[in-house]
Design a protein around this ligand. Structure first.
Ligand code: HEC
Length: 146
């Protein structure tokens, strides 16, 4: 009987450790997304705000809004990364509107900076996308873009 009890004790200890590790991993990811967003704000202010504006609302007919934009909130991270790497000048419809300005390439930003600014625009204003963009993803899109 004693042995059984000891095993049961060991079992719940293991589960305890397991949950502790899992929740720590989750918290670590939340914390790293949070600091990425903070760094991304600096990049945004320096490189994007002039066109997309502080409130993310853009400028009608000139620069598209990022707040509420389906491409920004969408699942296709590679597409977003490649817009930053290549810029965007094709006159395509964006959420029912056309914009006449051109966006230059921002490929001179590091993989980390691009991930950070994308995490910022995906988690600012009304946008809330908990899935982070990582520098590794930027690196792989960059390799394919060249
Ligand atoms: C010179 C002005 C300008 C700057 C600076 C600029 N953009 Fe843009 N951006 C645009 C324009 C104009 C478009 C749309 C181009 C088109 O319609 O072809 C666009 C498109 C986008 C899109 C796609 C939007 C959608 O809904 O499909 C994203 C995302 C984006 N920009 C993010 C950024 C980020 C992040 C930065 C800073 C690193 C930045 N832009 C800097 C003008 C700018």
């Amino acid at each position: 009987m004693r042995i059984v009890k000891q095993f049961a004790g060991l079992g719940s200890f293991c589960w305890g450790m397991f949950f502790l590790l899992c929740s720590n991993a989750g918290m670590a990811q939340t914390a790293s997304l949070k600091s990425s967003i903070e760094r991304g704000k600096t990049v945004y202010v320096q490189r994007c705000m002039v066109c997309h504006q502080q409130d993310g609302g853009g400028v009608p007919h000139l620069n598209p809004p990022l707040d509420g934009a389906s491409a920004v909130k969408g699942k296709d991270k590679s597409k977003l990364i490649s817009i930053l790497l290549k810029g965007m000048s094709d006159r395509v419809e964006i959420d029912g509107e056309y914009y006449s300005n051109n966006m230059a390439s921002h490929a001179d930003l590091s993989d980390q900076q691009i991930a950070d600014v994308l995490n910022y625009i995906r988690n600012n204003w009304s946008n809330k996308v908990p899935t982070p963009v990582t520098p590794a993803e930027v690196k792989s899109v960059r390799a394919k873009t060249k």
